[in-house]
Design a protein around this ligand. Structure first.
Ligand SMILES: Cc1ncc(COP(=O)(O)O)c(C=O)c1O
Length: 447
């Protein structure tokens, strides 16, 4: 990406061709043999990711730079969204997406400490963490089974004069009922933050067209941690169609600064030394004017370079996930007397993150027995992350004081998930051979 001398170009070509050889020698995995572990997820890559990584390291830009710009532009094009900000993790993306809605730039609409945000407890903690860290109140609503998403029938009951937003994930790739959630948000003028970390590539049909999850709400997030739909090692993204939110996200990501010059550039706006801000002296260097209390959550260009190669593979990854999920579903259908099998939300085409199962209460085996059997045979399993987040030690103080959060009705399905559910992988590294081993272990437990 850097301007190079012809000698530099030739050397790079040679290095990258050696990298491809190295990939073939050291990274291609032998076929799965009986007894080999079967993980629930992991990196799927070829020489292109390694070459991009080495190429960006030779550029030696290091911080957010040209590869990040390329990734953001291609991501926007792929998903049909206007603005994307790369960050260093999905959790950072959630933090920024939420914090953006607390910005003074939003006037009356901004979320204040003590305001309420509707969410669920059956999911990943960092969908909820930013709400609590800011001093807002998470309001937990139960989920439905077998879609494992927010129970939209309870939204009105969750509402209070303090409600400002919904922050929810599309569970394991399955879109939540976007139509009902959007209607509720519009009716009550609420923000919608879509945690799309586990659902990249999932689609939903509304208003006579298909759209990608992450493009329906005000702001959305992705994670590029290795088991996710695509990876850059550590990485995440915040995306939105709202230019104001985008500017706020970038400000908060980049130390809280007001200036929007990309790193390594000065005076893009042409008025670096002529403006008046706060009570600063006239013309104080715009590069060092802070409009927010921010962080530094930027990604490195090496991570973005890997992401560029992964994005090209994303359509194939999505197809593989769908196919693997379908294979498990078809081959487990006779076990539905013991297992609640997952179902896609109406009007959706999920890009599945995993295959969820809930062991029925009267099954001749428990969730723990089934999970143990799989794990003992080297099949990785996962819980639905926190199960019921409000039961965790991080909630001890709030539970004891009864302050800082609210539960709407009872979290019956959430508790059922905590006790009886688990999931297995459908990532593109699975194949029929591995899926058959997994299936036979599940089937023999039920015999
Ligand atoms: C729904 C959801 N949100 C957020 C995250 C956090 O992403 P990261 O691990 O990149 O911080 C995860 C992680 O798996 C997740 O599943």
């Amino acid at each position: 990406m850097k301007n190079e001398t012809s000698r530099g170009k030739a050397l790079k070509e040679e290095i990258l061709s050696l990298v491809a050889e190295y990939y073939k020698s050291e990274h291609i995995k032998p076929d799965h043999k009986p007894g080999d572990p079967i993980p629930y997820g992991g990196r799927v890559y070829d020489e292109k990711e390694l070459q991009n990584l080495v190429s960006s390291s030779l550029d030696f830009w290091l911080t957010t730079g040209p590869w990040s710009d390329k990734f953001e532009a291609e991501f926007c094009q792929y998903f049909g969204v206007k603005y994307c900000s790369l960050v260093n993790s999905g959790s950072s993306a959630n933090l920024l997406a939420f914090m953006a809605l607390t910005s003074h730039k939003l006037g009356e609409k901004k979320i204040l400490p003590g305001d309420e945000v509707i969410t669920v407890a059956a999911g990943f903690p960092t969908t909820v963490t930013p709400i609590i860290q800011y001093g807002a109140i998470p309001v937990f609503v139960d989920v439905t089974i077998p879609t494992y998403n927010i129970d939209v029938a309870q939204l009105e009951a969750a509402l209070s004069p303090k409600t400002k937003a919904l922050m929810i994930a599309h569970t394991l790739g399955n879109p939540f009922d976007i139509k009902a959630v959007k209607d509720f948000c519009s009716k009550h003028s609420l923000w919608l933050i879509e945690d799309n970390c586990d659902a990249l590539g999932s689609r939903y049909f509304m208003d006579d067209k298909w759209g990608y999850t992450g493009t329906f709400g005000d702001i959305a997030t992705s994670s590029f941690y290795p088991p996710h739909h695509m990876t850059m090692g550590e990485g995440g993204a915040v995306y939105t169609n709202d230019p104001e939110l985008h500017r706020i996200v970038n400000s908060m990501r980049d130390w809280g600064r007001d200036c929007w010059c990309p790193s390594g550039h000065d005076n893009t706006c042409g008025c670096r030394f002529t403006q008046q801000f706060g009570e600063l002296p006239l013309g104080y260097d715009h590069k060092y004017v802070y409009s927010h209390f921010g962080y530094n959550l930027k990604v490195t260009d090496m991570q973005a370079a890997i992401g560029c190669a992964q994005l090209e593979k994303l359509p194939g990854f999505i197809e593989a996930r769908k196919k693997n999920w379908q294979y498990l579903k078809e081959n487990l259908k006779d076990l539905d007397k013991y297992l609640i099998l997952p179902e896609a939300t109406e009007n959706s085409s999920p890009s599945w993150f995993g295959f969820m199962m809930t062991v029925k209460k009267d099954a001749p085996f428990t969730r723990d027995q089934l999970v143990r059997h799989l794990e003992e045979n080297k099949i990785q399993t996962r819980m639905l992350f926190a199960g019921n987040l409000t039961k965790h030690p991080c909630f001890d103080e709030m539970r004891d004081s009864g302050k800082g959060f609210r539960i709407v009705g009872e979290l019956k399905n959430t508790d059922l998930i905590m006790n009886n559910s688990f999931w297995v992988g459908v990532y593109p590294g699975m194949n029929v051979k591995k899926l058959d081993i997994l299936l036979s272990l599940i089937l023999e437990t039920a015999e």
